[in-house]
Design a protein around this ligand. Structure first.
Ligand code: AGP
Length: 600
């Protein structure tokens, strides 16, 4: 989850590193540091603050190689001593690392017995000491030997004072991407750091290491055997990773949703059929579908279940990835496992995917990142075309995951003959109209901002809904908690009277999502139940549905019930955003969180 950037070349090294780190700050932001290679000595700068503090302290002179890091603490609290880069005893070797060294306690004891001195509480610090131990003038050789000793996940960049022209990088289970330039080369833990400089990348595989110099990249395995690089060109537009005038990435990404939906739909509807390039699922083989994901991706999966069951008539289970693999899941060759992950690097999701794979299940991934681990290990992939999502709180990725799930449900339904032409055409028409309706839903912004003014003083908020509105309520509550730190709880509206109603007191704010026509009357009764106990209700409802008698209404465009959650998601996202902004929270980088969670 930490951000890593490395550069070798003629540009001002510190500027490239700091710029890249800024683009990766969403991966972790507890502390930051960088190492610059100059002849004979390394310059190392660290802060337990943010990057702007680092920028002020760096002396950039004379370097043409360097590596930087933003940290999301796992071993050891955020502090200058624990910030990366970590050094060997003599300040000759510098290492930045993402991942967890599982056997670091034992290695640290052994190295201490051999006379090495440790300064930090981190697992990472064993790496520079191991490199120091093995170094006899050949840095790649020393790194390769050190790698044989460490267990666990790692993406590392190593510098040595005697090699101010070289970076040695390696990967196992934590992402690392080499950016290829002319007379310069880059490495980073995520693509957005590279976009302003190059779009030609090689995504490193597990067990690969590389030596980067200005002249080129030599890729090998950990025993030094040369491997051919497999570069490809990233099709993300560099501007997509900029704020482009918006105050925050989260707001920009909410507004990008119409475009993201259009891009995701492109090429997937031909006439009256849903088609996915290079996807040819033996649909009749599957008697069950399992959907796996974490956080927002799990919430998308809960919606996906309803889509698939409603349209394709296949039973679906949805599991939180971190729970799935430890419960001896009933998955086999007859199961299609759908793995949802924006980043494609979430450790819990990867673990669950591999468990399902081990049990013989075919894996279909829905991910946003081409070349991510999930995309490479799955049997089949559907890409959301959301573009880079920078804000920690997921918005446009969630929206495009729902679009893909709906398309997939229809694809399965059409292949199984479970849906008639008229019903399929209705869904496809609604999908085609969705981008414009999302544009309309964005116009709720002013009204939602007023609501946020009221909400920002609250400590507890409930979100209630029935049917498809319930998984949306879960996502809406997560969004509010994540960015505004207000305790938000989702409930199936019909379940309140079985316990939760006891929590409703005078003035409790409740957001009621009431978009499902078949459940409208039941939902109204549930709203009346909480109103009668003093709750302050705001209702999200389709235009034309006059619900003033039960609460203040936020109206969104009307579409078929199946697609209503994609429209009600918009005011919910805006509500979370504005509440956090008004409260003065760090919207794009909420406390304790990181965008891509690569540890279990
Ligand atoms: C969403 O706002 C969260 N930041 C988080 O729940 C996220 O969706 C989760 O960590 C899964 O990430 P992934 O989609 O990259 O696997």
């Amino acid at each position: 989850m930490c951000g890593i950037v490395g550069y070798v070349g003629p540009r001002p090294v510190a500027d490239v590193l700091l710029d890249g780190l800024e683009r990766l700050e969403y991966r972790g932001y507890d502390s930051a540091g960088l190492a610059l290679g100059r002849s004979g000595a390394l310059g190392v700068f660290k802060t337990d603050g943010r990057l702007r503090d680092l920028r002020e302290m760096v002396d950039a002179s004379g370097a043409n190689v360097g590596a930087g890091h933003t940290r999301w603490a796992t071993h050891g609290r955020p502090s200058i001593l624990n910030a990366h880069p970590h050094l060997d005893c003599h300040g000759q070797v510098a290492v930045v690392h993402n991942g967890i060294i599982e056997n670091y306690v034992q290695l640290r004891e052994e190295l201490t017995d051999q006379g090495h001195r440790f300064l930090s509480e981190t697992d990472t610090e064993v790496i520079p000491h191991l490199v120091e131990e093995y170094y006899q003038g050949d840095l790649p050789e020393a790194v390769a030997r050190a790698l044989q000793d460490v267990q666990g996940s790692l993406a590392i960049v190593v510098l040595h004072a005697e090699h101010p022209d070289m970076l040695v990088v390696a990967r196992r289970d934590s992402p690392l991407i080499i950016g290829l330039g002319q007379g310069e080369n880059y490495v980073a833990s995520d693509i957005p750091a590279l976009l302003p400089y190059t779009r030609d990348v090689h995504v490193m595989e597990n067990g690969e290491m590389a030596v980067l110099t200005q002249e080129g990249v030599k890729l090998t395995d950990w025993s030094g055997r040369e491997i051919k690089m497999n570069p490809y060109r990233v099709n993300w537009d560099p501007a997509q990773a900029e704020k482009e005038g918006y105050e925050h990435f989260m707001l920009k990404e909410i507004h990008e949703q119409p475009r993201a939906i259009e891009d995701t739909l492109k090429g997937k509807i031909k006439g009256s059929q849903v088609v996915f390039d290079s996807l040819d699922l033996p649909v009749d083989r599957f008697n069950k579908i399992v959907i796996l994901g974490c956080g927002t991706a799990w919430h998308a999966g809960l919606m996906g279940r309803k889509y698939i069951e409603a349209l394709a008539k296949i039973p679906v289970e949805v599991d939180i990835a971190s729970e799935f693999r430890y419960r001896d899941p009933m998955v086999d060759e007859g199961t299609l496992t759908i793995v949802i992950s924006q980043s494609g690097e979430t450790a819990d999701t990867l673990g669950a995917m591999r468990e399902a794979q081990r049990r013989g299940s075919r894996i279909l991934a829905i991910t946003n990142v081409v070349g991510s681990t999930v995309s490479r290990e799955a049997d089949d992939v559907i890409y959301t075309r959301a573009g880079p999502e920078i804000a920690v709180a997921s918005t446009k990725a969630y929206m495009t995951q729902l679009v893909c799930l709906l398309l997939l449900a229809l694809y399965l339904a059409q292949r199984r003959g479970a849906v008639d032409e008229g019903a399929a055409a209705e869904v496809l028409d609604a999908l085609r109209g969705l981008p414009d309706q999302v544009r309309e839903a964005l116009k709720t912004n002013g009204k939602v901002e007023d609501l946020a003014q009221r909400l920002q003083k609250e400590q507890h908020v409930f979100f209630i809904g029935r049917g498809l509105d319930y998984p949306l309520a879960m996502e809406a509550a997560l969004k509010l908690k994540e960015v505004s730190y207000i305790h938000a709880q989702p409930y199936p509206a019909g379940e309140m009277k079985h316990g939760t109603l006891a929590l409703v007191v005078e003035g409790l704010p409740i957001v009621a999502i009431a978009t499902q026509s078949a459940l409208r009357e039941k939902m109204l009764n549930n709203i009346k139940e909480v109103k009668a106990r003093g709750a302050d209700v705001v209702v999200i409802a389709p235009e034309g549905d006059d619900l003033d008698e039960v609460g203040e209404a936020v109206h969104i465009p009307r579409t078929m019930d199946l697609l209503m959650p994609l429209l009600s998601a918009v005011p919910c996202q805006l509500l979370a955003y504005h509440t956090a902004r008004i409260k003065g929270c760090d919207v794009d980088k909420p406390r304790n969180l990181a965008k891509s969670v690569t540890v279990e």
